[in-house]
Design a protein around this ligand. Structure first.
Ligand code: ZN
Length: 225
């Protein structure tokens, strides 16, 4: 089922940059009292933010709330610059799940001061990633369901039909500003239901019936993580 996982360095490429999209589901923008954007809000996590999501990942324990944002992750397989829609469509080699871990208290302070988000969004380990499945099994980018349960309770449930900017359109837009390279990852925004994680939490995440995973949250002072 998996065509790539982080331990195997997909296609021989190290994980490149991770381009992320903010507020791509209207219900999520609303839950954080943010306006719905007119063009995609983009930010980048460095490759050093990527860690395997399974069997466990760690979160900072001394910087306020760490929120889960479950997102569809795209593994880029071809160089994209000023791409057309069909080039963008053909550039996606794998689809998986990513967590855009967010230090929410830190982010709110940065936003209030008009500062960049990186300290809240781009820290080491801020992007746990699942394995990726072959995109040839994706019949329709506009009807994909993702879910996240925390300690057995459904927290996030979304469908790409509710995206403000659809997956192919996002890649076209991103490639106008940032050249995407093989091994880069794109996180496509989170549906509503974000909330805090605590060390010891047990998470279950799914994408269609292609990916169903279980993982544990650990504190970053836990030995061996
Ligand atoms: Zn996000």
């Amino acid at each position: 089922m998996y065509i790539a996982d982080l331990n195997q360095k997909p296609y021989g490429h190290a994980t490149g940059k991770i381009v992320c999209v903010g507020r791509n589901y209207a219900a999520h923008a609303k839950e954080l009292n943010n306006p719905v954007p007119e063009s995609p809000i983009l930010f980048i996590k460095p490759g050093s933010a990527a860690v395997p999501m399974v069997p466990a990942f760690s979160i900072p324990v001394d910087q306020g709330e760490v929120h889960h944002e479950l997102e569809i992750a795209l593994l880029i397989g071809k160089r994209l610059k000023h791409a057309s829609a069909s080039e963008a469509d053909l550039s996606i080699d794998g689809i998986g799940l990513g967590l855009d871990l967010t230090l929410r208290d830190v982010q709110n302070e940065l936003k209030a001061n008009g500062h960049p988000w990186e300290r809240a969004k781009a820290f080491d380990g801020s992007c746990p990633l699942s394995g990726f499945v072959d995109t040839r099994r994706v019949p329709d980018w506009r009807n994909l369901t993702l879910c996240l349960k925390r300690n057995g309770v459904m927290q996030q449930q979304g469908n790409t039909a509710a995206m403000i900017f659809n997956i192919v359109g996002l890649l076209v837009e991103i490639s106008r500003t940032f050249t995407l390279e093989p091994g880069d990852i794109v996180l496509t925004g989170t549906p509503a239901g974000v909330g805090p994680l605590k060390p010891g939490d047990r998470l279950e995440a799914s994408l269609q019936d292609w990916i169903e995973l279980e993982t544990m949250v650990m504190g970053d002072n836990d030995v061996g993580v």
